[in-house]
Design a binder for this molecule. Structure first.
Ligand code: GAR
Length: 199
């Protein structure tokens, strides 16, 4: 059974979908802990499922590195096989990425390498594209630059706002995330091989 830590900043709808999927007896992964960088609404999902959680508030630390060291110490307690960034809206310090990569994946609401960064949905709308998407990647030292594990196109419709477009992307993200975690857990996807493959 693959053990998973999930890190969030917001409502945790993707976390919720993963918790629902992992509750099935035949799903080969279990979420063992949920962490957040703030008092995130999504922590309520962990509580509902009886899963431990921790918060390491980014704003309580003088530097990203100090925050990352405490976040890392919390992860070490649980020793997860995989760490999932599911809407964690902070860049991890290099030290933490090096400790966990390639067993460290991220969901992103755009078709990478298009529209990386904190505003993937807003940036796609501003660019006037007719299609954007959702991606699941391995985290590396850059901003959404790691190897792509899964992605799918999502249409941008006339009249879309950032909210309506994001709400169309999220169900696709959820499906991709759950399937990616399942593949990793089932041994069908080898993150070490993916991360070291030439691009
Ligand atoms: C998701 O769309 C996720 O891809 C995005 O935040 C949302 C979190 O939603 N992450 C990023 O944009 C990271 N660059 P949720 O809290 O409802 O799961």
């Amino acid at each position: 059974m693959l053990t998973v830590a999930v890190l969030i900043s917001g409502t945790g709808s993707n976390l919720r979908a993963l918790l629902d999927a992992a509750a099935a007896a035949d799903f080969p992964a279990r979420v063992v802990v949920v962490g957040a960088d703030r008092d995130a609404d999504g922590l309520a999902h962990a509580e509902e499922f009886g899963i431990p959680s921790f918060t390491v508030p980014f704003t309580h630390y003088a530097t990203r590195e100090e925050w990352g060291r405490e976040l890392g110490a919390q992860l070490e307690v649980w020793q997860p096989d995989l760490v999932v960034l599911s809407g964690l809206m902070r860049l991890l310090p290099t030290e933490l990425v090096e400790r966990w990569a390639p067993q460290l994946i991220n969901t992103h609401p755009a078709y990478l390498p298009e529209f990386p960064g904190a505003h993937g949905v807003r940036d796609a709308l501003a660019a006037g594209v007719t299609e954007t998407g959702a991606s699941v990647i391995v985290v590396d030292g850059g901003v959404d630059t790691g190897p792509i594990l899964a992605q799918e196109r999502v249409p941008v419709l006339p009249g879309d706002t950032e909210h309506t477009l994001h709400e169309r992307i999220k169900p696709v993200e959820r499906r991709l995330l759950i399937e990616t975690v399942r593949q990793i857990a089932a041994g069908e996807l080898d993150l070490a091989a993916t991360a070291s493959a030439p691009s």
